[in-house]
Write a protein that binds this ligand. Structure first.
Ligand SMILES: Nc1nc2c(ncn2[C@@H]2O[C@H](COP(=O)(O)OP(=O)(O)O)[C@@H](O)[C@H]2O)c(=O)[nH]1
Ligand SMILES: [Mg+2]
Length: 247
């Protein structure tokens, strides 16, 4: 067993044959350039397109890449959870397969972790200019409504829970993700809920989104599921259903 890398990068991918190749190439080039001691965990979330072949090719071509294949599609939360369970890095970061956040953010997050943060989350509301242009008005409206609903229900004090860029101390990420019950897009909320319960230090860093298009989010279906998930997180929290901190 080789020594654990400094950083594990988790990329969830569900039917990403269009968007994943550029992302893999960009991450490889960036790792060469920065010479970071990193592994990249590509999670094929039960894809039915060519994602599986792309993931297999990437791991064959580059020893830094690791494949995790979930046989059935369960959702982004579940995909990242399995990726984190396979990770070995002293630090863990995840971002979406469309690489909508600049890789330079990884270095910023790493500095925050080195300075004592347990969790570092991308904050689109802190970015200098309007970084949500990737999304149309209906998505932005749903997003704003969701944020207010989460605030009302759980009082996390986090204005933008859903940013697809988050980083962690590895020894915190693994138990934290192991405590999650939400498999879909509501997992971000649950993870921040448990992080707050555990009294973790959560740093927010401004991140700019690059418009990529091709979103896999279905507004109506996913919004309803997420609203239900938030309700369940609150109920579980009240019933003492989450584990106590591990340190
Ligand atoms: N829609 C969807 N995305 C998933 C699933 N599992 C993993 N993902 C990944 O979650 C990320 C969602 O990003 P994206 O589609 O760009 O969504 P958006 O930018 O928030 O609209 C991508 O990396 C997907 O491949 C799933 O079951 N459904
Ligand atoms: Mg996207």
């Amino acid at each position: 067993m080789p020594e654990a890398p400094e950083l594990s990068i988790i990329i969830p991918a569900f039917n990403e044959e269009q968007r994943l190749p550029d992302t893999i190439a960009a991450v490889r080039a960036w790792l060469d350039e920065t010479a970071l001691d990193a592994e990249v965990v590509l999670v094929d979330d039960g894809s039915s397109d060519g994602t599986g072949e792309l993931v297999a090719a990437a791991t064959a071509a580059d020893p830094r890449f690791v494949a995790v294949v979930n046989p059935v599609n369960v959702g982004k939360g579940h995909a990242i959870t399995t990726g984190v369970a396979h990770s070995r890095g002293r630090r863990v970061v995840f971002f979406d397969a469309d690489l909508s956040y600049d890789l330079a953010n990884v270095l910023v997050a790493r500095e925050h972790l080195a300075a004592g943060a347990d969790v570092v989350i991308g904050a689109r509301d802190l970015a200098a200019s309007d970084s949500r242009r990737d999304y149309g008005w209906s998505r932005r409206l749903a997003s704003g409504t969701f944020n207010r609903y989460v605030d009302l229900m759980l009082d996390l004090g986090v204005p933008d829970t859903q940013c697809g860029f988050k980083a962690f101390r590895g020894d915190i990420a693994r138990p934290l993700f192991a405590s999650l019950t939400v498999g879909g897009f509501g997992f971000d909320v649950e993870l921040l809920f448990v992080a707050r319960r555990w009294g973790l230090r959560i740093d927010r860093i401004p991140v700019q989104m690059t418009a990529r298009g091709g979103s896999s989010v279905s507004l109506v279906r996913h919004s309803l599921a997420m609203a239900r998930d938030v309700w369940r997180i609150r109920r579980r929290g009240r019933r003492g259903g989450y584990p106590p901190p591990t340190r």
